[in-house]
Design a protein around this ligand. Structure first.
Ligand SMILES: [Fe+2]
Length: 273
């Protein structure tokens, strides 16, 4: 009799950490946020691309965490961001975290958002102002950075096999259904999209945040700000923005129609004309 075949064990390596937390906003806070989002959108119905949702960042509505209707949400986000970073093993005392941008996304029926990621940021978050958990109004679709388990590049997309459709170790994407009050956080480098809003009439309302992580601000006082403390930040962590120096744009720099640049000659007594 042949000996039994030892059972194969699988270890899932290098997980992508999606954070989810169901917040419990006061109904009045929710109503105020919803009203504010609709006012910010105004008469605009979508982005220039057909079928695209209205995203505030493309319409100059990109700092809504500074607006009073979103104060409650900004406070909640702050708590959850630190909880997320702690869970990932970060030491908060060695970091500063900044909300770089925040904007509403409004999907009307038939609208969605194409696949993209946020190279301008490190950590992204989305809060759902409405949603019933079914995904009918459009799910957040997250894509893996790389599908190592499909073995043959491209196979996991499916279209008839040979990999079982929806196999958890070969998911081509994961969908998160919007639920009113749900906050999700994920690395900004993660490709994502929003699937089509298939509701008959209901708008899908969410708020997105982009955050950037830097070294903490240096202490003020004698010696602070001198070169003596330069290099305190770990090599790959940007120094705090308060340590940055903005360069002045060169006067008269213009981009030509052919894409090149030129500096216009000064007008006046020194001009050679
Ligand atoms: Fe996005």
């Amino acid at each position: 009799m042949a000996p039994p075949v030892p059972e194969l064990q699988l270890r899932e390596l290098f997980p992508l950490a999606l954070a989810q937390v169901q917040l419990r906003p006061d109904p009045l806070d929710s109503a105020v946020m919803l009203q504010a989002l609709l006012q910010l959108r105004g008469e605009q119905e979508g982005n220039p691309n057909p079928g695209y949702a209205w995203t505030g960042d493309l319409h100059g509505v990109a700092q809504i965490h500074r607006l009073p209707p979103f104060g409650w949400l900004s406070d909640q986000l702050q708590q959850q961001v630190w909880a997320y970073l702690l869970a990932l093993g970060f030491d908060p005392s060695q970091l500063a975290v900044h909300i770089q941008r925040s904007w509403p996304v409004v999907s009307a029926p038939g609208q969605g958002v194409g696949r993209h990621h946020h190279p301008n940021a490190h950590l992204s978050a989305v809060y759902y102002v409405n949603g019933d958990g079914t995904g009918r109004s459009g799910s957040l679709r997250l894509y893996p950075h790389r599908q190592a388990n499909e073995l043959v590049p491209g196979l996991a997309v499916g279209h008839g096999g040979p990999i079982a459709a929806g196999h958890p170790l070969n998911s081509a994407w994961v969908d998160i259904a919007p639920q009113a009050g749900l906050l999700v956080l994920f690395p900004s480098s993660t490709d994502h999209a929003v699937t089509c809003n298939d509701e008959d009439e209901e708008l899908r309302l969410s708020v997105s945040f982009d955050l950037v992580i830097t070294a903490p601000a240096r202490a003020s006082g004698p010696g602070a700000g001198s070169g003596s403390q330069a290099g305190v930040a770990p090599e790959y962590l940007s120094p705090h923005p308060s340590d940055w120096t903005a360069l002045q744009a060169p006067a008269g720099l213009a981009i030509r129609e052919d894409g090149g640049t030129q500096i216009e000659r000064p007008r006046g007594p020194l001009a050679d004309e």
